[in-house]
Write a protein that binds this ligand. Structure first.
Ligand SMILES: [Fe+2]
Ligand SMILES: [Fe+2]
Length: 472
C-alpha cells in the first residue's frame, strides 16, 4: 500500500485507478491547479531545473527521491500514510468506536470546515512567498524555498483529495474555491489573517518557516488524531514533509544569528548594519512579529467550537495518546489567561473549552527550543544578548488580548505607550527598508549573501556549493 504509483496522471497510493469517477473529478481539477501554480506560484521559475525531493513511498524511512526537476513538472499527488489496523476513535464522545472510514453524516459540516481551513493555508503560503526567488541569498536557499513551495502545493492536493473523495459536490466546490481565494486579495482573501501578509524578505521567510510552518505542525498533529481515518492518514504523511520546512526555518534564522554574531565579534559593535549584517535587535523584532501573528492562528482561549470538534472526535490534542487522562475531559480543568484588573492571571476553566489554549501552549514550548539553540550560538560567541519569545498577550488580534495593549513582558500599557514603543518592538518602515536593501540575489554556486552564514551541510549528501538550481 505504501508504494506510490507514478504511472498515473495523478501519482497516488490510494488506488485512484479503481475509482474512475473520483479520478476524473481530480483530473479535471488538475489543470486548474497548474494554471494557479503558473500564475501565482514562484515568479520566473518555470524553466529552472531544481534539485527537489519527491515522495516515492510513505514509510518512515527513505520515502524521498531527489532529482533535477522543472517545477511545473513536479509530480504533485495523493499520498496517505499506511492504514493502522483496527484503529479506534481515541478521544471524545465516541472514544473506543472503530475509526470512521466515511464521513459521519452528523459531523459533515464541521469536518469540511476543518479541512477547508487547513487546505486554504497551503496555497496561501506559496502566494505569500512567490517573489522571494528574485532575492535568494544562495542557490542552496533558493532550493529550500522551492522545495517548501512544491510541498505546500502538495498539501493542497492532500486536502483537495479529501474534499473530492468524501464530500461530493460541495467538496468539489470547496476545492475550486481554494484556487479562487488569494493571499491579500481584497475581495477574496485567504481565510486566516496570517496568510494574507506577503513575505517580502528572507528573514521573514525563515521566520515564516520557523513559526508559521510550526503552527502547521501543531494543527496537522491535532488533525492526525482525528477519528476520521482518511484525514488522520493524510495529516500523518504531511507531517513528515512539514519537518523539513521547520528545518529550513530553524537553520535559516540560526545562520542569520550566526553571521550577525561573527560581525559583532569582528567589528566589536552590536551595530552590524554598517557591515552588511542584520543587527540582533532586528532579528528579535522579526521574531516578535511572526510569533505573535502565529499565536492568533490557534483561536480563542475559550472555544465552544474547539470543544465540539474534540467531543465529536474530529480534532484532538497534540500527541493525544501520550496524555495520561481519560481523553474525554468531562471533569478536567486547564489554566487559561485572563485579564484581571491591571494584570494578566491564569485561571482554571473546563479543559474541553480550553483545547485551543492547550495547543497554543504546546506550540510555544516547541518554539522555545529553537530559540534556545540560537541563543547557544550567541553565548558561544561570548555575546551578551538573549533572543526571547514575547509574552503571549503581546500584539494579539484574536481572543482575550485583542483589545488591550501589552508590552513584550506582558505588562498592560496604554494606547499612548504602545504608539511610542511599537517601533522598538515590531519591524518599522526603516527596519523593513534596511533588511530589504540587503536582499540582493546571489545565484553563483557556492557564493553567499553577506548577511547569512553558510549552511553546515548540503542537501542529500551534496556539498553546500552544489549547483542546486540550473537556470535556462
Ligand atoms: Fe503545509
Ligand atoms: Fe509547511
Amino acid at each position: 500500500m505504501s508504494k506510490i504509483d507514478y504511472s498515473q496522471k495523478i501519482p497516488n497510493n490510494v488506488d485512484l485507478f479503481d475509482d474512475r469517477r473520483l479520478q476524473r473529478a481530480l483530473e479535471n481539477w488538475q489543470p486548474a491547479y497548474l494554471d494557479w501554480w503558473n500564475e501565482l506560484g514562484p515568479v520566473e521559475s518555470h524553466d529552472y531545473e531544481v534539485f527537489l525531493r519527491t515522495a516515492i513511498d510513505v514509510s518512515a524511512k527513505g520515502w524521498a527521491h531527489f532529482d533535477m526537476v522543472r517545477m511545473p513538472d513536479y509530480r504533485w499527488g495523493i499520498f496517505l500514510a499506511d492504514k493502522e489496523e483496527d484503529r479506534k476513535v481515541n478521544f471524545g464522545a465516541h472514544k473506543g468506536e472503530a475509526a470512521w472510514q466515511e464521513v459521519p453524516g452528523e459531523y459533515r459540516a464541521e469536518l469540511r470546515r476543518l479541512i477547508v481551513t487547513q487546505g486554504d493555508t497551503e496555497p496561501a503560503s506559496v502566494e505569500q512567498q512567490r517573489a522571494l526567488g528574485r532575492t535568494c541569498p544562495s542557490l542552496y536557499d533558493l532550493r529550500s524555498l522551492f522545495q517548501v513551495n512544491v510541498e505546500e502545493g502538495r498539501h493542497l492536493w492532500a486536502m483537495v483529495y479529501l474534499l473530492h473523495a468524501y464530500f461530493g459536490r460541495d467538496g468539489r466546490e470547496e476545492a475550486e474555491e481554494m484556487l479562487q481565494r488569494h493571499s491579500g486579495d481584497v475581495d477574496k482573501p485567504r481565510i486566516l489573517e496570517a496568510f494574507n501578509i506577503p513575505t517580502t524578505d528572507w528573514l521573514s521567510f525563515f521566520c515564516f518557516t520557523y513559526f508559521q510552518d510550526r503552527d502547521g505542525k501543531f494543527q496537522l498533529s491535532a488533525l492526525a488524531e482525528s477519528g476520521f481515518d482518511p484525514l488522520s492518514r493524510t495529516c500523518n504523511f504531511m507531517l513528515t514533509e512539514e519537518a523539513h520546512h521547520m528545518f529550513v526555518g530553524e537553520t535559516g534564522v540560526g545562520r542569520v544569528v550566526q553571521r550577525s554574531a561573527e560581525l559583532v565579534k569582528e567589528h566589536d559593535t552590536m551595530d552590524v548594519a554598517q557591515y552588511g549584517g542584520i543587527p540582533l535587535v532586528l532579528i528579535q523584532k522579526w521574531m516578535n512579529f511572526h510569533f505573535s501573528v502565529c499565536l492568533d492562528l490557534f483561536g480563542q482561549e475559550k472555544s465552544t467550537n474547539a470543544a465540539n470538534f474534540y467531543n465529536m472526535g474530529l480534532k484532538g490534542r497534540f500527541q493525544e495518546m501520550k496524555i495520561d487522562d481519560d481523553h474525554q475531559l468531562d471533569n478536567d480543568v486547564y489554566k487559561v489567561p485572563e485579564i484581571n484588573g491591571s494584570g494578566i492571571i491564569r485561571t482554571d476553566t473546563f479543559a474541553l473549552t480550553a483545547i485551543n489554549e492547550r495547543l497554543r501552549d504546546d506550540y510555544r514550548d516547541d518554539c522555545q527550543r529553537g530559540v534556545d539553540r540560537w541563543n547557544k550560538t550567541l553565548t558561544g560567541a561570548g555575546i551578551d544578548f538573549t533572543l526571547t519569545l514575547p509574552h503571549q498577550a503581546f500584539h494579539r488580534n484574536i481572543g482575550t488580548f485583542a483589545d488591550i495593549n501589552v508590552d513584550l513582558e506582558g505588562n498592560i500599557i496604554s494606547p499612548e505607550e504602545w504608539d511610542v514603543n511599537v517601533g522598538n518592538w515590531l519591524p518599522n518602515d526603516e527596519d523593513r527598508a534596511f533588511v530589504e536593501s540587503l536582499m540582493v540575489p546571489v545565484t553563483e554556486p557556492g557564493k553567499l549573501a553577506g548577511w547569512i552564514a553558510a549552511p553546515a551541510r548540503g542537501i542529500q549528501g551534496k556539498d553546500p556549493d552544489f549547483e542546486y538550481i540550473k537556470f535556462h
